[in-house]
Design a protein around this ligand. Structure first.
Ligand code: C2E
Ligand code: CA
Ligand code: CA
Ligand code: CA
Length: 281
């Protein structure tokens, strides 16, 4: 770069400054967005392959920015994580999700109460007061702990494996369900996986995407399902988009599925129509 002279740096600096400005703006907007309640939860149904029914939902946050419109979580979650704003936002998400599922449990009673899966960011997972905060939210919303499942990504648990084991054990004693998200994308050590008191392995969408066209992917998914079962865990597949993928997952004895084939994430009113159908079935 030096050989090309000073101009090069200037161009570089200008674009860097542009990015930085955008980032600072986003951070500022995030801060206000939390205060102004611009966030809303969407819900994606989770289907049990044994009973063919909706047994719960994954809560996914959406940001309706007053000027810029809809902003995808793939864009703002990393910034929220970077700035630490994910912590207050994350508590809001957890509270709203628990409150909603407690209401649905009362409205749509079932022998097997509905579950809500909530994503926990790495930053949140490492908060010293995590367990206390969750206890508080559960108490305030009146949700039975078995109704809450926390999704923590494989990379977060593996990067801090020793701490993670301790934290997961504390969460487990509260009676909460635990799931390893994006499973297969990180580098899980089998010896740790055995020690994690988790209920579910959630197979990453990237493996499901080609499961019907790529035999290598198929074998990876087969192995993950077998591994989950031999560790006494359930397997859930995300990103199921077509009937061929579903058929394969059934044949592999996968326990739960989630994806556009059944439904995209929807707002709470739409989610209720799924539950209404279930009640009337
Ligand atoms: P994730 O936890 O892996 O969530 C699954 C993503 O896959 C969601 O994207 C969902 O809409 C999408 N998806 C579900 N089924 C299909 C399908 O069949 N095909 C395709 N192509 N996509 C499907 P979304 O809602 O945009 O969220 C993206 C990521 O943002 C999430 O990935 C998660 O890492 C993060 N995120 C979303 N909501 C929250 C939240 O409440 N808290 C935290 N900490 N992170 C969140
Ligand atoms: Ca029933
Ligand atoms: Ca997830
Ligand atoms: Ca994923």
């Amino acid at each position: 770069a030096k050989a090309r002279g000073k101009g090069c740096y200037e161009i570089f600096d200008a674009s860097m400054q542009g990015d930085l400005k955008k980032l600072l703006q986003l951070e500022n907007d995030l801060r206000h967005g939390i205060d102004r309640a611009e966030f809303v939860l969407y819900y994606q149904p989770i289907v049990c392959l044994k009973t063919n029914t909706v047994t719960g939902f994954e809560a996914l946050v959406r940001w309706q920015h007053p000027e810029r419109g809809f902003i995808s979580p793939a864009q703002f979650i990393p910034v929220a994580e970077e700035t630490g704003l994910i912590v207050p936002l994350g508590w809001w998400i957890l509270y709203a999700a628990c409150e909603q599922i407690a209401r649905w449990q009362a409205q749509f009673p079932d022998d097997e109460p509905l579950k809500i899966s909530v994503n926990l960011s790495g930053r949140q997972f490492l908060q010293a007061d995590l367990v206390e905060q969750i206890e508080r939210i559960i108490k305030q919303t009146g949700l039975a702990t078995q109704g809450l499942k926390l999704e923590i990504t494989e990379s977060v648990v593996m990067q801090n494996a020793e701490t993670a084991v301790k934290m997961l054990e504390r969460l487990k004693t509260l009676g909460i369900q635990l799931s390893v998200d994006d499973f297969g994308t990180g580098y899980s050590s089998l010896s740790y996986l055995r020690r994690f008191p988790v209920d579910t392995l959630k197979i990453d969408r990237s493996f499901i995407h080609e499961i019907d066209t790529n035999s290598e992917q198929l074998e990876i998914v087969r192995t993950i399902v077998l591994m989950a079962h031999s560790l006494g865990m359930d397997a859930i597949a995300e990103g199921v988009e077509n009937a061929r993928q579903l058929k394969i997952l059934r044949d592999l004895d996968c326990d739960y599925v989630q994806g556009y084939l059944f439904s995209k994430p929807v707002n709470s009113e739409m989610a209720e129509t799924f539950l209404m159908r279930k009640l009337n079935a």
